[in-house]
Ligand binder design. Sequence first.
Ligand SMILES: Nc1ncnc2c1ncn2[C@@H]1O[C@H](COP(=O)(O)OP(=O)(O)OP(=O)(O)O)[C@@H](O)[C@H]1O
Ligand SMILES: [Mg+2]
Length: 273
Amino acid sequence: MFNSISSQAHKLINLTKINKNNSKSKSKLITITSGKGGVGKSTFTANIAYLLTKRNLKVLVLDADIGLANMQVLFNVKPKYTLFDYIQSHKTLDEIIVQTAYKNLSLIAGKSSYKYAKIKNSLVFSRIINDIINLNKYDIILVDTSAGLNEYVQEFLSISHNILAITTTDPSALTDVYALIKMLSHEKEKLMLCFNHTQNYQIGELISNSLIKLAKNNMLKSNFMIEYIGNVSTSANISTTSRLRKLFVHEFASEVITKQLHKVIDSLLKNIK
Ligand SMILES: Nc1ncnc2c1ncn2[C@@H]1O[C@H](COP(=O)(O)OP(=O)(O)OP(=O)(O)O)[C@@H](O)[C@H]1O
Ligand SMILES: [Mg+2]
């Protein structure tokens, strides 16, 4: 899937070495991706991060969006250092991890318009993830990726056992999510799917089933699973709270969307390993 077979094999051999150390860690890594941009990945990630802390879990969010790093805005923090200071300036993890105003919720900020080519050094992100896992401090590590399936996103996908795709019912978003399914089916066992801007749970379920059928008809690997984990409706209050640098689920604890996200988390926690 990722570039040439030989470079991928090389990568996997190295990852096996890396992962040997952290097999005892409690930290579970979940990568949030989409294909199409602007479908709500970052908003979703920030809000479920908070809800996960409400379940007594310690959560770290890593903003891996190099196009438009906006987690610091959603969490209303002003980080001194970013992920790239760890990679390039040898800052320690402690120096780049920011505690947000929300208990048990920390952030590693990304950097907008970062030139990935500058650090095109295989396994550099795998190592950061590995180092965070080895801290054994966080129950859940959420990685918010940028839109598209570029090399940078692919590196995060390649190291994650738990991948969650956000999509909408928009045909172009579905086309992109199918491209993601095709790509992942070669290497992974499962993709969790959540529908944003979708009022009805059953609509998401119906479309997920169509995608599963399409995958079957196109003879994608038979043991690759697509797991529908729920839907999130549209609300103008989401954009408003984000603009005010607040979290929707914190401000509107008993709203429909917060309940939908709780349901998504129930399913997510059952599905991750
Ligand atoms: N369920 C929703 N209801 C209303 N507005 C939403 C919802 N989800 C996300 N939005 C809004 O949609 C816009 C895009 O969301 P967001 O930035 O989370 O998408 P993204 O997938 O992370 O985008 P990118 O691909 O650029 O990283 C934001 O203005 C956000 O407030
Ligand atoms: Mg985003």
